[in-house]
Structure formats: C-alpha cells, structure tokens
Design a protein around this ligand. Structure first.
Ligand SMILES: [Zn+2]
Length: 191
C-alpha cells in the first residue's frame, strides 16, 4: 500500500499565506497526488477545509470535507479549482478557526449563501449554490487563495483579544497536534 502523505501546514506570518495564488491551467497526475495529500493532511489535523497555499503551493486549489461534523455527515468532499464567487447573498456571523492559525477562534461576518463557479478535479467547469456551513468554509478557503486569513476579517475588539496569540505564532511559538512549518523536527535517536 502506498504511504499516506501528510504535508506540514504553513503557519501565520509565513509568506506563502500572504500571496495571491495563481490560477491552474489544467490537472495531471501530480495534481491528483497533491489533492490526496491535502485531504490526508486536513483530516490528520481534524480540519474541514484546506487551501493549497497552506501546504506551500501557491495555486488556486482547495479541498473541503465537512462530513466529520454530525449535522453535515451527508455532505460529500469537494475539490475546488480556480473558484470564482459569482454572487453572494445575506450575511451571518460564525466562529471560525484555521489550521494555519492554531489556538485562535473568532467571529467572522460573511455572506450566508454564494453562487460559485469553479472547476472540479477533472478540470470540468461547474456552478453550484452553497449556503450554511459549506458556504462558510468555501469562502474561508477562497480567502486563502487571495492571501487573506480569517483573523484579518475580525472586528477590532475580537482582533485585540487574539493579538498576543498572533504575536506568539509570528515568533514561532506554535502548539499544534499536526506537522507544521515552524516545527523543529526531533533529532534522530542516536544508535
Ligand atoms: Zn484557514
């Protein structure tokens, strides 16, 4: 059996997270491998969404799987390439977190429903209507492709509450139960 691939996750203040990711021109076998590895890495970290820049690839690709949440168990995993939000409706507030900003949660206001044009894993064009949790996670991940983290969308008061934690992350003080970019790998035990 092939070894499962867990990729280290980039952490707050890493440059790749601030860049606007480039559109993909197509998919090939290396894309399929990256997608598999992204799902593995996301599930290993108990995440529900992961964007390619979070694992060091500055391309417009993201994966979502909310089926680990009891109330969303019927939702299928999604692979989203070159997403474009065609329209957005309503607004709601939900608490968000991010694998790239471990230890931080905060309330973010976003549109409650979106019409999304994107390409799937076969690079087929698709259009979908999303609301509720899927709309929320998709918008959070699309932000990653534009170099935006959810903490930049918090209001001033929320932001003030978490600033110390953000400063710690910038300084490399990271407490995460999954492989990440600031990790000092343990030295191999001496024989
Ligand atoms: Zn995130």
């Amino acid at each position: 059996m092939m070894q499962k691939m867990i990729l280290p996750i980039n952490i707050y203040s890493d440059e790749v997270l601030k860049k606007k990711a480039r559109p993909m021109k197509g998919v090939d076998s290396s894309t399929a491998e990256l997608i598999d590895a992204m799902f593995e890495s996301m599930r290993n970290a108990s995440g529900i969404g992961l964007a390619a820049p979070q694992v060091g690839h500055s391309i417009r690709l993201l994966v979502v799987d909310v089926s680990c949440m009891k109330e969303h168990a019927a939702e299928k995993p999604m692979i989203v390439i070159n997403p474009h939000i065609q329209s957005a409706r309503g607004a709601n507030t939900m608490e968000e977190g991010c694998l790239s900003v471990p230890g931080v949660l905060g309330d973010v206001v976003r549109p409650s429903a979106i019409t999304l044009k994107y390409r799937d894993e076969h690079f087929q064009e698709r259009t979908g209507e999303f609301s509720g949790m899927l709309a929320r996670v998709l918008q959070h991940e699309i932000d990653h492709l534009d170099g935006t983290l959810f903490v930049e969308r918090l209001d001033k008061r929320e932001r003030r509450k978490i600033q110390i934690r953000l400063d710690e992350l910038s300084a490399g003080i990271v407490d995460a139960a999954y492989p990440h970019s600031r990790e000092i790998l343990p030295e191999a035990p001496a024989e």
